[in-house]
Design a protein. Sequence first.
Length: 218
Amino acid sequence: MQQTAPPAPPTPPAIAGSPVRVIGVSPSATAVYEGFVAQRRELRDQLETLQDQRQELSSQLQDPMVSGANRTGLEQHITELDARISALDKQIAAADVQVAQAAAVPGAVVPDPPYVRQGPPEEVFVLSGIFIVVVLFPLTIAYARRLWRRGAVAVSAIPHELMDRLTRLDQAVDSIAVEVERIGEGQRFVTRVLAERPMEPIAIPQRASQPAEDRGSR
């Protein structure tokens, strides 16, 4: 009895190397220009990444502890990065040419819309400043002068009797200060006299020793 071999799986369709194009749809000049600009931006980002990697490898290569196979591998990796950086430089130059060509097509570069200021117009701020300087500032000065005059009138309206009492109180305080100063002078004089007076010897009574002598005689 012969066994039949299983059927072979279908082969996948081959993918061509040319870019895929959508029939019936033509991009606008603006879309083409923006596509070339985005391509150039992406190439520059990749170039910055490769340059950062090369700088990091160069710093590792300067380490004296790196030697032997590690140093050889770092040098080889740096050489590969240099080749990729050179290729990216050429691609960026070609992308610059493509961007310039796409920008030459009419309607490709759309200018930014004019800036529209939000809020009140500038005349409002100018008129507000003039109003503050011409109207509010003089009113503020007049109100301040009025308050100052009110304070002066209130001070001058103090009763005469109260002023007399304050005067007598001031005189009493002055007299008290004079008396206190005299008392201080008297205390300093007494202290100086006592300090200059010679000290006299103090006689110590000997009554406490008499009983002891009486007991010894007995």
